[in-house]
Structure formats: C-alpha cells, structure tokens
Design a protein around this ligand. Structure first.
Ligand code: ATP
Ligand code: MG
Length: 304
C-alpha cells in the first residue's frame, strides 16, 4: 500500500483580489522527491507556506502525514522540516551555537548528539565554528538544511534550496538533497529544469496558481511532445526540403541539414537511412534529438 505523506485538496489562497493559489489538488507518497516547478509568482512559496501552517488557506485542505496543516499544526511541524525561501538565519550567531539553541528550543532529546549528526549529514564539519554571517552562501544553505533536519522529520519542504548558489555549490546541495531523499519525502521548489531531472522522481508544474502538469519528467516529455524529433545531415548541400522528406514535418536548418519530426512514437531512422541510400546521399548525422524539459515548461507556462 502506498502511503500519502503530503495531501493537498482544492487548496486556494487569496490575497485581497488576487488568487495566488487557485484550487490545486495533488498528493505525494512516502519516499517521493517531487519538484515543484513554476515561473516567478506561480504560487510555489504560498503553497509551501500553507503546508507548514504559516499561511491559512482561503479554501481547501492541506495535510502532512494525515495531520491537518492548520488544525493540527503542532503535529505537522513535528514531522516536517522546512527550508524557507531566502533562508533567514541569525548572522551574528555561530553555526554550532545556533543549531544547539534551536535543538534546545525544539526540546530535542540528546541535543549534542543530534547536533553532531546533522553537522555530519550536511557536511558542515569544517565550518561549524564560524559565525553564520561569515559563511559562503552554500554553507549558509547547509545551516538552513541542518536546522530543518534537527528533529529528524520524515517530510522536507524546501523552497528553492539551490537559488543563488554558484555551480559547484549547486552540485553539492543537489547531491545532499538526493542523499536526504533516500530516506525522506521531499517537496522542493525550483525554476531549474535540470534540477528536477537530476534530483526528482516527479515534477508538478504550477502556473498562475494552477497545476498545469504532474508526472514523471520523462513521461511528461513524451506526452507533451506527441512527435519525436530527429536530426538528418548529409554531405550534399541540398537547399530547402527535398520532396522525399515531405511526408514528415521538416524544419530545415541549413542546406543538407534538417530536423524531421515523426508523427507518432515511430522511430523513422531506418526509413531515413534507406532514403539516403536510394538517393545516393552521403550520410553525416542521423540521431534522435532530446526534447528538453525546458520546452515542456515553456509550452505549458507561456502558452495562451
Ligand atoms: N503575503 C502576501 N500578500 C500579498 N500577495 C502575496 C503574498 N504572498 C504572495 N503573494 C502573491 O501571490 C503570488 C504567488 O506568490 P509566490 O510567492 O507563492 O510565488 P512563487 O511561485 O513562490 O514565485 P517565486 O518563484 O518568485 O518565488 C504572487 O503574485 C505574490 O505577489
Ligand atoms: Mg517563491
């Protein structure tokens, strides 16, 4: 049996006239790492804030491990680690001092032992004696994650955990999230498609407060693009699109070089190869082109 760890049903949040989150429904099962993807202002942070009980929904229900995020917010917080957008921290405090202070204020049992565990888990060891304000952004992010992990929650809600980091730090934090995802259920928001493809088993795309897609990233690409895309390049500098290629949708790139779209799941490479032989064309390239998740995102969020 799959267990639902996060459940959102007809969730809506209005700020005056504006609808930030518009009647969204989704659930996340135990062990899933879900990417919450959407452009600026889509409603990602607002949804996450309702999940952690920071905003009261205008309508609908949000539950974590079956606990209502408003009515049973204490239980929800016991089981949920939250990394807020922009990761607010006490810059004057020292890493260890801050985490220990948080551990005591959360009444965590064996605080010193747990402190050591989260420091190891987040790779904060070499920086643990520094003042938070003196840390690099990547390490500040680790402090935020360590804080979220202190009470060993089953569910993690991470609002743009890699934003503002340099490329090396991004890789490190993504690896850390992947590691955390082995034992925890994670909902993370991001603008970055590669992040979803590298870290998440599922993506939920939100736009203008509404969910526009939900599924496995690879499957999503297949369903959004009903056509497969191939690149054909020959040595002969043929201009335009030769008659024999016109049974497909063709996009000329340069003389003797085209993108060809098959109308279905069909792999048309054998047929294209035969055509080259029949027409005495010297084949240079014949490959299937990956259709990036960026384009799925663009199609779903920029379309009318
Ligand atoms: N406290 C608030 N008062 C008024 N409007 C708000 C408030 N919080 C969010 N909004 C509005 O709700 C909409 C959704 O904002 P939200 O922060 O959830 O977007 P987001 O998807 O997290 O965007 P980003 O990628 O920029 O972080 C925005 O138009 C925003 O201005
Ligand atoms: Mg946000």
């Amino acid at each position: 049996m799959t267990e639902t760890y996060i459940e959102v049903k007809n969730l809506t949040k209005r700020f005056g006239e504006q609808i930030a989150v518009d009647n969204i429904t989704f659930s996340v099962n135990k062990g899933e790492v879900v990417g919450f993807l959407g452009p600026n202002g889509a409603g990602k942070s607002t949804t996450m804030r309702m999940l952690v009980g920071y905003y009261i929904p205008t309508d609908g229900v949000a539950k974590i491990l079956g606990y209502d995020c408003i009515e049973q917010s204490l239980e929800v917080r016991k089981h949920t680690g939250y990394l807020p957008e922009n990761n607010p921290l006490y810059y004057d405090m020292y890493v260890k001092e801050f985490l220990l202070f948080m551990a005591y204020s959360q009444k965590i049992s064996k605080p010193s032992q747990r402190l050591k565990e989260v420091i190891d888990l987040t790779g904060l060891g070499p920086e643990q004696h520094k003042q938070i304000g003196h840390l690099s952004r990547g390490y500040k992010q680790r402090v935020g994650l360590a804080h979220a992990l202190l009470h060993d929650p089953e569910v993690l809600i991470l609002d743009e955990p890699t934003s503002g980091l340099d490329p090396n730090q991004v890789i490190e934090i993504r690896n850390l999230i992947r590691e955390l995802g082995k034992e925890r259920t994670i909902l993370l928001s991001t603008h970055i498609m590669q992040e979803v493809e590298q870290v998440c088993s599922r993506v939920i795309i939100i736009n203008k407060g509404r969910i526009v897609a939900d599924g496995d990233p690879a499957h999503l690409k297949k369903t959004i693009f009903s056509r497969r895309k191939f690149r054909l390049e020959i040595k002969e500098k043929i201009k335009g699109t030769p008659q024999v290629l016109r049974k497909w949708y063709v996009e000329p790139i340069s003389p003797g070089h085209w993108f060809i779209y098959s109308s279905s799941e069909e792999d048309i490479r054998p047929e294209l190869y035969e055509l080259c032989v029949e027409n005495n064309w010297t084949l240079l390239t014949l490959v299937e082109e990956e259709q990036p998740l960026e384009e799925v995102f663009h199609k779903l969020t920029m379309g009318s």
